[in-house]
Write a protein that binds this ligand. Structure first.
Ligand SMILES: Nc1ncnc2c1ncn2[C@@H]1O[C@H](COP(=O)(O)OP(=O)(O)OP(=O)(O)O)[C@@H](O)[C@H]1O
Length: 631
């Protein structure tokens, strides 16, 4: 709730106006029965027309003031609650953007969407209700009770008894509803996740004819949601009428007592009954708003969880990403993949002379996903020279994507550290670091808009010539030029109107518009035919030669993709088991030879082999193990 009131404070001006006019409205409602009793007792009972007219005019004026109060209160309460909702949504969205990947994985994207949409709506409804009726109810209750007692003091004990019973019922309603509404929100999260997964993978679902399974999965989640809602509303459905019954019985008791106590004062009796009805409505509203406050409190706790997560910037500040045990050995000798010892801790030092051409250095790097029992990568020691294209190959699940996702600090190593240009990346501001890196993921991500807007997304400052050059290097110009609107052709949401290979090439071109120091290609040419893929790789080599310093990490499952790379790292079981040129690896790496043997018939011809033998030898010295790099 503190979160909600923090946001209410931001718009306190609007909220204060709403509450001020709410007070006018409430006072008007409270005065009406008393004025009515005056008309009946002073005017009608005594046949005094002037008294009837005078009190009638006062009653009209008070009703008019109440109507104005209600209109203004409505306008300002709606405005304030909308702005509060907007602020919470924007802040939560901004916070989500700064969360680490680990936190996004943990909170789950589907649940995050529900929190930003549905949970905020709950808070919005609550704050609006708060300004509309919450404050009105206590004022009405206290005022109406005071006026009943003033009119007929003998009724005080009955009124006190009714209120005590109603209060207990309201409290029981609240404590029983709260956990049930938490369950409702969780069921809604699940429903959101399933719908999102279905909509993202609708083609696959249809291709596999799996609509029935998906429909059943959705049906089960929708059933859970309905059950949770039924359980939660059952509590209100029970306690709401009980509260009404209590107040109605109170009215009957008042009438019964008035019969004996005040038989002559019809107006006062009518006013008391009217006040009791007001109390009944006020209590009903209190029950409703408390019910809404229970939902809002559950929602505020869920949104608060997003705000409580450490953002990436705080991770930088804390500097907790390096385990000092792994950097204190000082032996300086780390054979690739052994992970037994580690080099001296020279992070954040100016580039040491022997590392001046090193673009990237992994030192005893391990990483374990928060939800996993084992390390996804472990004890990786690897140094990559500037300007090199490093191929990374290995069986599926061997840790290739995880390893490269540590470079832009999507995840922080559990042990060890990574240096970019001699500086520990943990000490580099995340935004600055990512400006130096471009990543093309396995699944191309395109946004609705035009091809141009997608390219500029990589670098808003890119000139027309740079865009053209990027699409040429990515071999995308050949199909873009054939489109009637060229770069200004419209892309549907997620690139639905493009083929897989076209999407991959635009995604690659977008990364190239950025002119990065480090280019990470995560199996992003898998949808290209081998001729186009080789041309793309030739262009990247051309770029690396032309732009001194472009270091490329090229992940692929295919020997034909990596074999012409300057150097190749072979990953297996989460670590780098061998490094070297294609020919060197064919000689000394059983894992590499095994991959080669399994693919040779499909993608590699002997002719290609001899073509590339030279280039492999020429560049084999560009990749070093940790040991070589430090010597
Ligand atoms: N977000 C995640 N949470 C938990 N475990 C994960 C996550 N992502 C990957 N893993 C696990 O980490 C290990 C390495 O996965 P990774 O994606 O890095 O392998 P890969 O070599 O890139 O595989 P592929 O070639 O199939 O893409 C796998 O065992 C995988 O199940």
């Amino acid at each position: 709730m503190r979160l909600i009131f923090g946001y209410v404070r931001r718009h306190w001006g609007l909220a204060a106006i709403a509450v001020a006019f709410l007070t006018i409205e409430t006072l008007s409602d409270l005065l009406q029965p008393t004025l009515m009793s005056m008309i009946v007792d002073d005017g009608v009972a005594r046949r005094d027309v002037n008294a009837v007219l005078n009190w009638g005019v006062v009653m009209l004026a008070v009703a008019f003031a109440g109507a104005i109060g209600a209109v203004v209160r409505n306008i300002y309460a709606s405005r304030a609650s909308q702005l509060i909702g907007k602020d919470i949504r924007s802040d939560a969205y901004g916070k989500v953007m700064s969360l680490t990947f680990e936190e996004v994985d943990r909170l789950q994207p589907g649940a995050i969407i529900t929190r930003i949409t549905n949970d905020v709506t709950q808070i919005q409804n609550f704050t609006q209700g708060l300004m509309r009726v919450m404050l009105k109810s206590p004022i009405t209750c206290i005022g109406a009770i005071a006026l009943i007692i003033m009119q007929i003091p003998e009724q005080a004990p009955v009124v006190a008894a009714i209120l005590a019973i109603a209060g207990v019922l309201i409290w029981m309603n609240m404590t029983r509803s709260f956990p049930r509404f938490l369950t409702v929100q969780k069921a809604l999260d699940k429903l959101g996740t399933i719908s999102r997964e279905f909509l993202r993978s609708v083609r696959v679902v249809k291709a596999f004819g799996a609509q029935r399974q998906e429909a059943e999965r959705f049906d089960a989640a929708a059933g859970d949601f309905a059950t949770a809602n039924i359980r939660a509303t059952r509590v209100n459905a029970t306690y709401g009428p009980l509260i009404n019954l209590t107040v109605n019985m109170g009215i009957v008791a008042l009438l019964w007592l008035s019969r004996a106590q005040n038989p002559g004062r019809i107006g006062a009796l009518m006013a008391s009954m009217n006040y009791m009805t007001q109390v009944l409505f006020a209590l009903g509203r209190v029950a409703m708003i408390l019910n809404s406050s229970v939902r809002a409190s559950a929602s505020s706790r869920r949104i608060g969880e997003i705000f409580e997560q450490p953002s990436e910037e705080r991770v930088i500040d804390s500097g907790t990403v390096v385990d000092s045990d792994t950097v204190s050995d000082g032996s300086g000798v780390v054979p690739a993949g052994s992970g037994e010892t580690a080099p001296p801790d020279n992070r954040n030092q100016p580039n040491p002379p022997d590392a001046k051409h090193l673009a990237l250095r992994f030192t005893s790097v391990s990483y374990r996903y928060a939800s996993a029992a084992d390390d996804a990568v472990h004890d990786v020691d690897l140094s990559v020279l500037r300007g090199v294209t490093l191929g990374i190959i290995g069986p599926t699940g061997s840790g290739k994507s995880t390893l490269v996702s540590l470079i832009p600090r999507f995840y922080e190593p559990s042990r060890g550290h990574i240096e970019l240009d001699g500086a520990d990346i943990a000490a580099i501001d995340v935004e600055t670091l990512r400006e130096r890196i471009a990543l093309v993921p396995q699944e191309p991500v395109l946004f609705s808009g035009t091809i141009r807007s997608n390219l500029l997304w990589g670098n808003p400052e890119a000139s027309e010539a740079q865009l053209r050059e990027a699409v040429r290097l990515a071999c995308a110009s050949e199909f873009i030029d054939e489109l009637p609107n060229g770069l200004d052709s419209v892309i549907g949401q997620g690139g639905v109107n493009l083929s897989g290979g076209q999407k991959q090439r635009i995604s690659l071109a977008r990364a190239l518009t950025r002119r990065p120091e480090v280019l990470i290609l995560d199996d992003c040419t898998s949808a290209l035919d081998s001729t186009t893929e080789q041309r793309v790789l030739d262009h990247l080599r051309e770029l690396a030669a032309h732009e001194q310093g472009l270091t490329t990490m090229l992940i692929s499952q295919r020997i034909s993709t990596v074999r012409r790379c300057s150097s190749i790292a072979v990953m297996d079981g989460g670590t780098v088991v061998a490094t070297g040129s294609h020919d060197a690896l064919m000689e000394c790496s059983p894992q590499y030879r095994s991959i080669y043997d399994s693919q040779i018939g499909e993608t590699c011809s002997d002719e290609q082999h001899s073509d590339t033998q030279h280039s492999g030898e020429q560049h084999s010295d560009e990749l070093q193990t940790g040991e070589e790099a430090r010597q």
